[in-house]
Each structure stands twice: as structure tokens, then as C-alpha cells.
Design a protein around this ligand. Structure first.
Ligand code: ADE
Length: 246
């Protein structure tokens, strides 16, 4: 899979892409990252990328010309792949959106700065808008990295264990069960006996119940979307789940 990331601050993006799992995925040819500085497509002597808003008011607005020029130079016109603008006004990024995006062979991401970006970029260049949550950051660089990271780890071969992402929190609208490693007793706190029992059926059952309990206590809103067996439902009801069946 190929990512093209358009930004005014490439130096904030590249160190993360050059670290750990993302770096290894790129070295192994599973993914490629291409970071483009929008400023390289300015044509005036001051390399201007922002301007005052029409109608007045505070803040600066990103000019459309360099953004269009950058994206069209790299992706063609019309663009050869989805072009995603990171913005607090977009659809909210979830594990399901990450999975959907991971099926694309190529994605372009635009990280906007300043107070905003000229509306014509949204209307005529961008095909999708994504928010990473209901809060406002100073720019789209961190959100772009969040999307790249969440999507890349879903690509086949990126994580060592091919089953690893199936059990992730949110993979099935459930939070993940607790994990333990050695030592078996740390400061007097013991690893649950069942995990040391070697009984795989019991371990699976315990993990399922822990995932259900965690979700019930921390994020009961997720349960209406989770695929629950009759046994799961009975377990949840026994632990106080009041919600009627969906
Ligand atoms: N840019 C600024 N805040 C953002 C957010 N929450 N999500 C995506 N892009 C953003």
C-alpha cells in the first residue's frame, strides 16, 4: 500500500514513519510512505501558503493553489486514489474506518495548518474528510499519522502474528481482555490462575468474559454493535447489563 502525505511540516511526520513497525513495514516493501511539502508548489517569491479570510475575522486560511498543484502533480487530475482531508469536521475515525481504508492500494492525506483550508479544496479535490476525535489540534499532521499507523498495522505481514489484529480492542466492538507476562507474582500481585493452567478452553472463556466485562464497565455503548452469542448475553445480563436485545 502507498501513502502520499501532503503537509507544510514534513519534519513532524518523517521521524515517526522512520521508527519501529512502520519503518520495518516500509523496508520490507509492505507499504511505502511519500511525504510532500505543499510549500514546494508555491510560485511566488515568499512561498506563501496562507492568506487572510474573505469576510474578515481572525486567523489565516490555507490557499487553494499550492494544495491543488501538489496533489495534482503527484496523483494526477483527477486524483488516482482517495484524497483524505484531516479535519475536526470529518467523519470520526474508528477501527472500522481503518479497516475500510486498509483495503485501498493507495491513499493520499492532506494535513492542513492554520485556522482552516480554502473551502474549494474540500469541494473539488478531497474525496473524504476524517476527524480523529472531538477536539481541535493545531494541524492535521498528528491525525494523518494516526490514520497511517492504524491502517498500516492492519496490512498483511506488518505485525508478526496474523491473528494479532483480530483480537484488538475495537476489532469486534469489544475492548480487549487483560494481558500478563512473567513474573507470575510481582510485588505480591498474582497473574490469574487460569492463565497459568494450560487449559486453552478455559483461557479462551476467561478472556472472552474479561473482554465482555471490560466493555460493559468502560464502554457499554459499544455492546449494541458487538456480535454477541446467547452465552455472551447471558453472562452480561448476569453482570448487570440492562440493555434490551438489539
Ligand atoms: N485537525 C485539527 N484537529 C483535528 C482532529 N481532531 N481530527 C483531524 N484533523 C484535525
Amino acid at each position: 500500500m502507498r501513502f502520499d502525505i501532503f503537509t507544510l511540516l514534513p519534519e513532524t511526520i518523517t521521524p515517526y514513519l522512520n521508527s519501529s513497525i512502520l519503518k520495518r513495514a516500509a523496508e520490507r516493501g509492505l507499504v511505502s510512505f511519500h511525504v510532500h511539502n505543499i510549500r514546494d508548489w508555491t510560485t511566488d517569491k515568499h512561498h506563501t501558503t496562507d492568506d487572510l479570510p474573505y469576510g474578515g475575522g481572525g486567523g489565516m486560511v490555507m490557499k487553494p493553489e499550492p494544495v491543488f498543484a501538489a496533489v495534482e502533480a503527484v496523483l494526477g487530475a483527477p486524483p488516482c486514489c482517495p484524497v483524505i482531508l484531516l479535519t475536526p469536521q470529518g467523519r470520526v475515525f474508528t477501527q472500522q474506518v481503518a479497516r475500510e481504508l486498509s483495503r485501498q492500494p493507495r491513499l493520499a492525506l492532506i494535513a492542513a495548518r492554520y485556522e482552516g483550508i480554502d473551502e474549494r479544496v474540500r469541494q473539488h479535490l478531497v474525496s473524504d474528510e476524517i476527524s480523529i476525535g472531538d477536539y481541535v489540534l493545531t494541524g492535521g499532521e498528528l491525525p494523518a499519522l494516526v490514520v497511517v499507523d492504524a491502517v498500516t498495522r492492519l496490512l498483511p505481514g506488518v505485525l508478526g502474528d496474523p491473528e494479532a489484529t483480530g483480537k484488538d480492542s475495537h476489532a469486534e466492538h469489544l475492548l480487549e481482555y487483560p494481558h500478563y507476562t512473567r513474573p507470575a507474582v510481582f510485588r505480591g500481585w498474582e497473574v490469574p490462575e487460569v492463565l497459568r493452567s494450560g487449559n486453552h478452553a478455559e483461557i479462551e472463556r476467561w478472556r472472552r468474559e474479561q473482554a465482555l466485562l471490560r466493555t460493559l464497565h468502560r464502554r457499554p455503548d459499544l455492546l449494541s454493535q458487538a456480535e454477541l452469542s446467547e452465552e455472551d448475553r447471558a453472562f452480561l445480563h448476569a453482570h448487570g447489563w440492562a440493555k434490551t436485545k438489539t
